[in-house]
Design a protein around this ligand. Structure first.
Ligand code: GLY
Length: 299
């Protein structure tokens, strides 16, 4: 009997990423992908795989999620994340949450331990404490490179509005497991200089993250633009309407670029194990895995 398809894709953010930065962080994308690909091969569920992929990005200081997140206008760190299980259509997000090392896991706790789909701000942080999660000071999430970027932008008197035309980073993963189940997860530190309390697409099902019985999608880029076009849901609907994941990702990115400012990217996997990766920014940290092709991280 033919082996059931499995597949996995990750993104580490789209935006004005220089070739130098891309080359510097490319090995980290490959390492994260290899670790979660091994889990998928060993029979882990799509939900376990996407959560672990996002946790590994959140832990890595080079990516804008968890440790290494962007700073808000006031110098604080507030995090957004979400996760969705395509088989059950159950998903949840957290927005503008502080002090959490792994926001994607907090999103999973919201999904599993509450009837809610979105929790935000200090009450989400309190919920994290009740769930037994370790809470840390902002200082532990801030890395020097992000602090310098924040200082430069503040000194240039950029306003939160200016940020809509530049792009934040995000991390995310989509997976199809051996039981034919799909899942997606996304996490971000948001846009540098955004106002405290701002929540972006990465917290919102249908915008940054979506999964159903046909496909799963995770998006990256300017949250305000992604939310206005509900990019991840555009990907899902395109697959239902007969497009391949690659066509769906390209369509969603094109719609975002035509209708809203800024740039974006999307990764998509469908129930056949086909993958799509597209972006309209300078670059996007990205990679994918299938048993046939192995771990692929474009040069
Ligand atoms: N896509 C990440 C954000 O805008 O917050």
């Amino acid at each position: 009997m033919a082996r059931k398809p499995i597949a996995l894709a990750v993104q580490g953010g789209a935006g004005p990423i220089s070739l130098e930065s891309y080359k510097r962080n490319r090995p980290a994308v490959g390492e994260i992908l290899a670790r979660v690909a091994a889990m998928l091969m060993d029979g882990a569920s799509a939900m376990q795989v996407v959560e672990e992929a996002v946790r590994l990005f959140e832990k890595h200081p080079s990516f804008n999620a968890g440790t290494g997140s962007s700073l808000r206008y006031d110098g604080s760190v507030q995090l957004d994340a979400s996760i969705m299980d395509g088989a059950t259509m159950m998903g949840a997000g957290v927005g503008a949450v502080t002090g959490v090392l792994y926001p994607v896991t907090l999103a999973r706790y919201v999904l599993e331990r509450t009837p809610h789909v979105l929790m935000v701000g200090e009450w989400a942080t309190r919920f994290a404490r009740e769930c037994g999660m370790e809470l840390v000071a902002d200082e532990e999430l801030i890395v020097e490179e992000r602090r310098r970027l924040w200082e430069r932008k503040l000194a240039a008197r950029e306003t939160p509005d200016d940020q809509v035309l530049s792009s934040g980073g995000t991390v995310g993963a989509v997976a199809l497991d051996a039981e034919g189940k799909l899942a997606a997860a996304t996490s971000t530190g948001g846009m540098v200089l955004s106002l405290p309390g701002r929540v972006g697409d990465s917290a919102i099902l249908g915008a940054g993250t979506y999964a159903d019985a046909h496909s799963a999608a995770s998006c990256t880029g300017v949250g305000e633009s992604i939310m206005r076009v509900l990019m991840a849901k555009v990907c899902a609907d395109a697959v239902i309407n007969g497009m391949s994941p690659q066509e769906a990702a390209e369509l969603a990115v094109r719609i975002q670029g035509e209708k809203t400012p800024g740039t974006s990217g999307a990764i998509v996997v469908d129930i056949s194990g086909a993958l799509g990766l597209a972006y309209n920014s300078d670059n996007m940290y990205r990679g994918y895995f299938t048993p046939e092709r192995g771990v692929v991280v474009p040069e």
